[in-house]
Design a protein around this ligand. Structure first.
Ligand code: AMP
Length: 396
């Protein structure tokens, strides 16, 4: 009987899981689901491989609302479904690997200490990635666990592209440098590119991961050379509620002139800006596109024009562009954003095939005309599969 791989992606208010089986060459998903609303009103939901809802439960009001209980609940549910089959390995998405981790790591006490040392670099995320590792170590002591880092893919960036023009000691001693995120998504795209377009796989490809969180990366031969996110996941493109690239002087002005404190500025930049801040009513691209409000239109245009500027800047960093790939919620589903971006990149050699762009599909597909100098693709990302593959490879 084939072995199972459990993938965990834990955040501050939710824990997502995917369970894969490994009988085929590539892991195949059996169930995926999540516990949402932690610390408020936890709700558990799950779907099977055919996308049928197989669980939708609100936890009893007297049940603990924390990560620990959520994991126990989730594991109980999974064990009732897997009919005596065992979990061979657990893969965890970990937001920050710092300069310490450039590949997946088998969890040991040293690795946990290493992750704890990285908490100052990602105080809002790293602790929530560590908690499930500890809880699952207690619940499944014989199952190996592997950490898969969102930053690892970007460690191939040349040093020049990892620096800020602060005094050099800040990067060396304080770790204040451009790490980049969404690495598991880019790594997945890089892994499937050879089957789709060898020129893109071996050459200069710009990948646009456009979702609630958005970033872009320039790949040369499938290796990252530059990415738009930096020290935190705030830099680069505007996002659902995050501001993206901003003049650091604005932060000083907010402090010195508007007398905002660090917590207020954090809330403003992470939760009240981006598409939500510009439109004034929603962080969801679908809402904005269905609205007649001039500010919604402004937000949509700001987003597309930011993607265009970053695409051109990334292309400059790798000496041109052979292919452009759209992925994640907006990149995969929003034909309007893709069209706006591609039209503004015509001067660079992008010729969109409008009919192909309008087709709705969950398969990888080309959306540029045959004679477009730059090939444009939509490729659905699969970060969970990437984690499952990495976890299996790590214990092989
Ligand atoms: P993600 O974080 O990758 O799940 O992406 C979430 C974003 O994708 C949200 O802004 C959604 O509005 C957007 N999205 C999902 N489906 C569509 C769609 N059909 N058209 C436009 N945007 C979409």
């Amino acid at each position: 009987m084939s072995e199972l791989v459990l993938v965990i992606n834990a955040g501050s208010s939710s824990i997502k899981f995917s369970l894969f089986e490994t009988s085929a060459a590539d892991p195949i998903v059996l169930f995926k689901g999540q516990m949402e609303g932690l610390y408020v009103e936890p709700k558990f939901s799950a779907k099977d491989a055919a996308d049928n809802k197989v669980a939708n439960e609100t936890l009893p009001s007297d049940a603990p609302k924390n990560h620990d209980y959520a994991l126990r609940y989730m594991l109980n549910w999974l064990e009732s479904r897997i009919e005596g089959r065992s979990i061979a390995v657990i893969g965890h998405r970990v937001v920050h690997g710092g300069t310490t981790y450039s590949k997946p790591e088998l969890v040991t006490p040293e690795v946990i200490a290493g992750l704890e040392a990285l908490i100052p670099l990602a105080p809002l995320h790293e602790p929530h990635n560590i908690t499930p590792i500890r809880v699952l170590e207690e619940l499944l002591p014989n199952v190996p666990q592997v950490t898969c880092f969102d930053t690892a893919f970007h460690t191939t960036q040349p040093e020049l592209n990892q620096l800020f023009a602060l005094p050099y000691e800040f990067s060396q001693k304080e770790g204040i440098r451009r790490y980049g995120f969404h690495g598991l998504s880019y790594e997945y795209i890089a892994s499937v590119l050879p089957e789709i377009d060898t020129r893109a796989a071996e050459g200069r490809t710009v990948v646009a991961h456009l979702g609630n969180g958005s970033s872009m990366a320039a790949l040369l031969g499938g290796r990252c050379q530059l990415t738009t996110m930096g020290f935190t996941a705030l830099d680069g493109l505007p996002m659902g509620t995050r501001c993206g690239r901003i003049d650091a002087g604005v932060v000083l002005h907010l402090m010195n002139h508007l007398k905002m404190d660090a917590k207020q500025i954090e809330t403003l930049l992470y939760k009240e800006s981006g598409l939500l801040g510009l439109s004034g009513f929603s962080s969801d691209m679908r809402d904005l596109e269905n609205s007649d409000s001039p500010r919604a239109k402004l937000a949509v245009e700001y987003f597309a024009s930011s993607v265009v500027r970053e695409a051109a800047s990334l292309a400059a960093a790798i000496g041109g562009m052979d292919a452009l790939v759209f992925t994640a919620g907006i990149g995969e589903n929003d034909a309007n954003t893709r069209k706006a971006v591609c039209h503004q990149l015509r001067w660079l050699g992008v010729e969109l095939d409008e009919a192909a762009n309008a087709v709705r599909s969950s398969e990888p597909r080309r959306i540029s005309l045959a004679d477009s100098k730059i090939a444009v693709y939509v490729i659905p990302t699969n970060e969970e599969l990437m984690i499952a593959r990495q976890a299996l490879a790590c214990i092989a």
